[in-house]
Design a protein around this ligand. Structure first.
Ligand SMILES: Nc1ncnc2c1ncn2[C@@H]1O[C@H](COP(=O)(O)OP(=O)(O)OP(=O)(O)O)[C@@H](O)[C@H]1O
Ligand SMILES: [Mg+2]
Length: 258
């Protein structure tokens, strides 16, 4: 076992950060999340995979309350998700989210994109917020782009800005929903490397991705979903070499051999 994963276990032992209990959600007649029980420890990196339409994005969106749930409970760091108002804005800051589309503010510079939330939600002094923004932009390798507008950046650069923007809020957990699937192939690695580094630094992460290399090297656990349910979950080595369910076997044979 490497030093990195040892360190991660130490961090993880300090408690559960995200806890979903018996979560159900419908979209009309579609039962999109079915009795989801999922606990994510502090410092843990969980990769969620599964066929299209299995509920992966919906699962992510319920965790920062972009979607409501019908029943069950979700808590972050021991507190149930707030329903509205300032507390909800704070929750959204605690749960950083990076989507497939970069979702940056188009009419603000890169620096402003990473500064704004710190000032508005975290009530930071603007100068300090800008300093932190520059540090984070350097860390994800786009420090030189600070004064440009999002449209002037490549997709990979924009996605790294989106990661810096989420990190600027000092989130407790980061959710990634297919962060590299809209990128040209040559830009995928630069984003995955930033995510790998975050994982090594001990960030708690939930990552929906088709990048199985990332899952193998960065995840502590793979969660496989199909038809709104968690079908199985296991350490990556175990999951990829010995999937137990027919659904997972079938899914892996399709994605690993194309
Ligand atoms: N706002 C919505 N209203 C109605 N149905 C929805 C809504 N959002 C998602 N769905 C449906 O819920 C199911 C799960 O969707 P979801 O986006 O969570 O799947 P996914 O696993 O992320 O799929 P993909 O791999 O294609 O991104 C799908 O059948 C989808 O059509
Ligand atoms: Mg999705």
């Amino acid at each position: 076992m490497t030093e990195v994963s040892m360190a991660k276990e130490d961090v993880a032992s300090t408690g559960d950060l995200v806890v979903l209990k018996s979560v159900n959600k419908h979209f009309g007649a579609l039962h999109v999340l079915q009795d989801i029980d999922l606990t994510i420890a502090r410092g843990e990196v969980v990769v969620v995979i599964g066929p299209s339409g299995s509920g992966k994005s919906t699962l992510c969106r319920t965790i920062n309350r972009l979607e409501t749930i019908d029943d069950g409970s979700i808590s972050i760091d021991g507190k149930p998700l707030p329903h509205e108002g300032k507390e909800l804005a704070r929750l959204r800051a605690d749960v950083g989210m990076v989507f497939q589309s970069f979702n940056l503010f188009a009419h603000k510079t890169v620096l402003e994109n990473v500064t704004l939330g710190q000032v508005k939600v975290r009530r930071k002094d603007r100068k300090q917020a800008e300093e932190r923004a520059r540090t984070l932009l350097d860390r994800v390798g786009v420090g030189a782009q600070a004064d440009k507008y999002p449209a002037q950046l490549s997709g990979g650069q924009q996605q790294r800005v989106a990661i810096a923007r989420a990190l600027a809020m000092e989130p407790k957990v980061m959710l990634f929903d297919e962060p590299t699937s809209a990128l040209d192939p040559e830009m995928i690695n630069e984003v995955l490397e930033v995510m790998q580094q975050l994982a090594r630094d001990g960030m708690t992460m939930i990552v929906v991705t088709h990048e199985m290399g990332f899952a193998r090297s960065a995840a502590n656990r793979v969660v496989f979903m199909a038809d709104g349910r968690i079908i199985e979950q296991a350490a990556p080595d175990q999951f990829f070499s010995n999937p137990r369910s027919d659904r997972a076997k079938d899914f892996l044979s399709k994605i690993l051999h194309h």
